[in-house]
Design a protein around this ligand. Structure first.
Ligand code: CA
Length: 226
């Protein structure tokens, strides 16, 4: 698998390149938008990791030019600010996913493995789907079987994690670090409580239960392929 990284910050670029190489990927690194676009247009890559703020061409311009040229490779963009407009803009331009800096390398790896495994169909116009459940990343909305479901910000983040990692058993420690940004403390039952509330909203009113408890391990969202 070959991955192109377009990132102008030397430290971040080298770190990404080294990490992805160690994870078994072949990588190229471009340090500005123009070089990156040239490489992306002339070389076959399986995935592009694209910084937004770049000298010369911005990440947005690179993405636009790629899609205009009919290059359909999966793109994860890296944004420095967790601004809704940034996310919306990137996904509207045809990116498949995004990460807000600073991010954990393990999270980048998980996201890109998911994209490589599933191709582009799973995040469709910013919407994640599992069975009849839909999570709209742009509008921050959730619905199941056509019924709107109101979630708190944490419940939304938790469901987003479950849907992105569909089929994977997620240990409580991982959920704690990804959704609460905290280390897992066995004295707290915050995750159990949140999962119970989430289930009461997205699972219990419906016939098919999607979120399962794997005793002693964690939770998994499972949905039959549509
Ligand atoms: Ca940058």
């Amino acid at each position: 698998m070959k991955i192109l990284i377009i990132e102008d910050e030397a430290k971040t670029g080298d770190y990404l390149r080294q990490g992805l190489s160690e994870a078994g990927f072949v990588t190229d690194l471009a340090r500005n938008g123009g070089d990156g676009l040239h490489l992306a247009l002339t070389t076959d890559y399986d995935l592009l990791v694209l910084d937004v703020m770049l000298p010369g061409l911005t990440g947005w311009q690179v993405l636009e030019a790629l899609r205009a040229a009919g290059k359909d490779i999966p793109v994860i963009f890296l944004t420095a600010r967790d601004e809704v407009e940034d996310r919306v803009h990137g996904l509207e331009l045809g990116a498949d996913d995004y990460l807000v800096k600073p991010f954990a390398f393990s999270e980048l790896l998980a996201r890109l493995r998911t994209l490589l495994r599933r191709g582009r169909a799973q995040v469709d116009n910013g919407v994640l789907r599992a069975a009849d459940l839909e999570l709209d990343l742009l509008r921050r909305r959730v619905q199941r079987a056509g019924r709107r479901i109101d979630l708190t910000a944490k419940e939304f983040a938790l469901l987003e994690l479950f849907m992105r990692r569909r089929g994977e058993v997620l240990p409580r420690s991982l959920i704690a670090s990804q959704v609460w940004d905290m280390n897992f403390d066995s004295d707290t039952n915050v995750i159990e409580v949140a999962v119970r509330r989430l289930r009461a909203k997205v699972d219990e009113p419906f016939e098919v239960r999607l979120i399962r408890t794997i005793r002693g391990m964690g939770y998994v969202l499972e949905a039959p392929e549509a």
